[in-house]
Ligand binder design. Structure first.
Ligand code: ZN
Ligand code: ZN
Ligand code: ZN
Ligand code: ZN
Length: 567
């Protein structure tokens, strides 16, 4: 079969379906998609409220809880203890499918009745403000965080991070990290991007096996490098000491100063954009892949943030995934997944949201440890159920086929849930970060909008310009104050473990609220989009798919040219 051009039923743009895509649709017996890849991704983004948290009472035990559902949402919300407990039974919401009506309105009626889990945080200690996370201790305002301890304001942190704050994507163990992005196996690094096996590096970009380096890019197994100049140990230490002392006091040095850090940060951005050589995409130990941030993967097209991923297309944030398409934030051993969001250890799962440890389920929401479910919500350890009702395997098979035929006639089968069924306002979701829309635009397109997003304004207890420039002058009482973000004017505070970490690492009090700091980090990563471009090394004619848009100023090289220069 050849590739085929179709018109997106949503945005009316043309999009292409490749022969390999048709093979996949045929294999799982679904019709080809009617929406373009971007519209499909936006629809999945609209289901992920990862980080907008509220307080409301658990509808079972009545305790005040932290949740991703604002108090005005029309759902019953249970705290994790109650939700996972035996105090309720999802099959009590069972109903018969009505063949005189379409599928989705019936499904939505059930979704509105079955209790929802407040947020996903499992097996953690003193980490109330974490979501999509497990096995953590003393973590605060972290999302997508696993096996970590004393981590603050960080997102997508796997395999254990410790004593770190304000990071995005740390993997394979990292300690004492601050404001760092996409780093693995690092120790005591600050304001850095794409570091691997590095120690004591600050303001560095794309370095491996580096230690004691400062304001440098593209280093491999180097130490004592300052502004990409190789120094002796003594000269490096002298340089850093001189540098740190400039304008600062004798004790803390310059690095505790907000003013000095601001200049360093700007200098870092400048060397990253003007000096660094950027490989067309961050792709490691992988064959036949397109996308960005991909390692140990093969045969993938348009995947981002992938590790050990195979035979997959249009997938985002997909570690350890095989044979999947069009899915988002899923993995840790997933295979044959199509149009899903937030799965862990699932196989043969289609059109499903927030469900772990399942096989052969479709059109399900918040179902766990189950097999052979269709159109279910909130089920645990169940088999052969449709609309939360128990059937025999034979009955299940027959009824499922009948409902799918009914849905196909109505044009309902074969795609993710319509955006109108998302439990969230678009402005609460990752959609607003990666594909932002105005309220009017979102409402016109059928998305919801949340008016009550949390945030306090105008309650600051001190004038920001009077905040001590240097951390050494910040009083203990700073943790009692309401600060005012210098970017969005939202009030925020400094928590005690944060003050301790800032002092330990000689870092000034942040002037931006946690959310503005998060958005700034996201802004430093290339977008999850690809452009066809040519290598910028003079004389090279190699072409590639890159997440760097053509108008960007960075030096973008093909793999061969990058490898020739970065050694
Ligand atoms: Zn479209
Ligand atoms: Zn409860
Ligand atoms: Zn802010
Ligand atoms: Zn080249």
């Amino acid at each position: 079969m050849n590739s085929e051009i179709k018109v997106c039923q949503n945005c009316k743009q043309n999009f292409q379906i490749e022969p390999a895509d048709f093979d996949f649709y045929k294999k799982i017996n679904v019709p080809p998609p009617t929406h373009c890849p971007d519209c499909r991704q936006r629809r999945r983004y609209a289901w992920r409220n990862e980080r907008v948290l509220y307080r409301r009472n658990c509808d079972l035990c009545q305790k005040s809880i932290v949740t991703i559902y604002s108090p005005n949402k029309p759902f019953k919300v249970y705290c994790p203890n109650c939700w996972w407990g035996d105090g309720w039974d999802a099959t009590s919401y069972a109903r018969d499918f009505d063949f005189s009506r379409p599928f989705f309105p019936q499904w939505q009626e059930m979704q509105l009745e079955v209790p929802r889990i407040a947020l996903l945080s499992k097996n953690s200690v003193n980490s109330e403000y974490t979501n999509h996370s497990s096995d953590n201790k003393n973590c605060y305002l972290c999302f997508g965080l696993f096996e970590s301890e004393n981590v603050l304001y960080s997102t997508n942190t796997f395999n254990g991070a410790r004593d770190s704050a304000d990071c995005y994507w740390l993997s394979q163990g990292n300690d004492l990290m601050y404001e760092s992005i996409n780093c693995s196996k690092c120790y005591n690094c600050q304001y850095s991007i794409l570091l691997r096996d590095c120690t004591n590096c600050s303001y560095c970009y794309d370095c491996r096996g580096a230690s004691n380096c400062f304001l440098s890019v593209n280093l491999r197994n180097k130490q004592y490098v300052f502004l990409n100049e190789q120094l002796s140990k003594e000269a490096y230490e002298k340089r850093v000491a001189e540098f740190s002392a400039q304008g600062g006091s004798a004790s803390g040095g310059k690095l505790g100063s907000h003013e000095a850090r601001q200049q360093l940060y700007n200098q870092f951005l400048e060397i990253m954009r003007e000096k660094a050589i950027h490989k067309f995409a961050v792709i490691d130990r992988s064959v036949q892949v397109s996308g960005n941030e991909i390692s140990s993967s093969k045969n993938c097209r348009h995947v981002f943030d992938a590790e050990k991923t195979e035979d997959s297309t249009y997938c985002l944030v997909c570690p350890d995934v095989k044979d999947s398409m069009d899915s988002y934030h899923f993995g840790f051993s997933c295979s044959l997944i199509y149009e899903c969001h937030a799965l862990v250890r699932d196989n043969n799962t289609f059109f499903t949201h927030l469900s772990y440890d399942n096989a052969f389920i479709s059109y399900c929401d918040s179902c766990h440890n189950s097999e052979n479910l269709f159109g279910c919500v909130g089920m645990r350890k169940k088999k052969y159920c449709i609309f939360n009702k128990q059937y025999t395997p034979e009955e299940y098979k027959e009824l499922r086929a009948k409902i799918i035929a009914h849905m196909r006639t109505a044009g309902e089968y074969g795609e993710f849930f319509p955006v109108q069924l998302s439990p969230f306002g678009y402005n609460e979701t990752q959609g607003q970060i990666y594909m932002p829309m105005t309220k009017e635009e979102a409402m016109t397109k059928g998305f919801k909008w949340e008016e009550l997003v949390p945030g306090t304004f105008g309650k600051g207890t001190l004038v920001m310009s009077e905040l001590p420039d240097d951390i050494k002058d910040a009083p203990e009482t700073i943790t009692k104050e309401a600060l005012t973000c210098t970017k969005c004017a939202k009030n925020y505070n400094i928590v005690v473990p944060e003050l301790q970490l800032l002092r330990r690492l000689n870092l000034p009090i942040p002037r931006l609220c946690p959310e503005c700091r998060y958005l700034r980090r996201i802004g430093l990563r290339p977008p999850r989009k690809l452009w066809h471009r040519r290598c910028m090394k003079q004389g090279c004619v190699n072409e590639f798919e890159t997440p760097y848009a053509p108008e960007r100023k960075e030096k973008i090289y093909c793999e061969a040219c990058y490898n020739a220069e970065v050694v």
